[in-house]
Design a protein around this ligand. Structure first.
Ligand code: ZN
Length: 283
């Protein structure tokens, strides 16, 4: 996939060595892949490719986005006074035969009188990650770049949205309510008890109104079920998944609210034939 030189406008903190590399990103809309191309290693062999399916939580997505930023800017000799103590910079760390970019905090600055065209100052850098993590070493201006702020790259936003959509999809698919149409019923009860779990048994008090659910995944988390209901109906409902016997292949649960109006809205949502809610295993 061809990219032009101007597309190399990002810095990527590589997962292998944790160093920053100048890169371009290419989004494959068909396969939902994000390809990271390194400016200094142009053969696609070196590309890092991420699939939407690699991410399973929002925090993983956020951590991933933090590995990108706009390319840091070199500092001209006449601008040396811009580098000040306490500043976070991106600089070359020289280690054996390697010279790679890592972040460092400027620990001290030794300014010297010099002509604008040739900086003679030196800077002590405290390395924040990589092989020199925690070390303080002396650097000169040609090894130091200024970290720049900027909006998140549009391709990364697009990829993040694809990932988030996928998470939602996973959520709908895995947080199972099962075949609610036939195996659930609606009721109201002061307490949930075995008596009330009778299929079709409808109890009414003015305190609790519930929907019984069957055919749930046994490891379904009630909190996720609650989130799911809230996301789709804006109703905060108490959710329960009851312990099931080892021999049983599914679990039963209940959704409980404090008014019949809310109950009806939830009931309409889960009984809507357009909302088929299934799990990964197909339940
Ligand atoms: Zn200087």
């Amino acid at each position: 996939m061809a990219v032009s030189i101007t597309d190399y406008n990002l810095e990527y903190r590589c997962s292998t060595d944790d160093a920053w590399y100048t890169c371009a990103v290419v989004l494959d809309h068909v396969n939902h892949h994000l390809r990271v191309k390194f400016r200094d290693f142009v053969q696609s062999f070196y590309d890092e490719v991420f699939s939407v399916a690699n991410f399973s939580t929002h925090s993983e997505i956020e951590q991933f986005l933090l590995r990108f930023r706009p390319v840091s800017k070199p500092v001209e000799d006449y601008e040396c006074s811009r580098i000040i103590q306490g500043m976070l910079v991106c600089a070359i760390y020289r280690n054996k035969n390697e010279a790679l970019y890592f972040d460092a905090v400027v620990d001290a600055v030794r300014y010297k009188a010099h002509k604008p065209e040739e900086c003679l100052c030196s800077y002590l850098l405290c390395w924040q990650h990589g092989p020199g993590n925690g070390n303080v070493t002396k650097s000169t201006i040609e090894d130091i770049c200024l970290i720049t702020d900027g909006p998140i790259h549009p391709k990364l936003i697009e990829f993040a949205n694809l990932m988030k959509q996928q998470l939602k999809g996973t959520f709908v698919q895995s947080q199972v309510f099962g075949s609610v149409g036939h195996s659930s019923h609606v009721g109201s009860s002061a307490e949930l008890s075995d008596h009330d779990i009778d299929m079709g048994g409808v109890k009414t008090t003015d305190r609790h109104h519930y929907i019984m659910l069957e055919n749930l995944e046994k490891d379904l988390c009630p909190l996720l079920m609650m989130d799911f209901i809230h996301e789709h109906t804006s109703i905060t409902a108490e959710s329960y998944v009851f312990p099931s016997l080892l021999a049983e292949t599914y679990a039963r649960g209940a959704i409980m609210v404090d008014s019949t109006t809310k109950l009806k809205r939830i009931y309409d949502f889960i009984n809507n034939p357009n909302h088929v809610i299934t799990s990964f295993s197909g339940r």
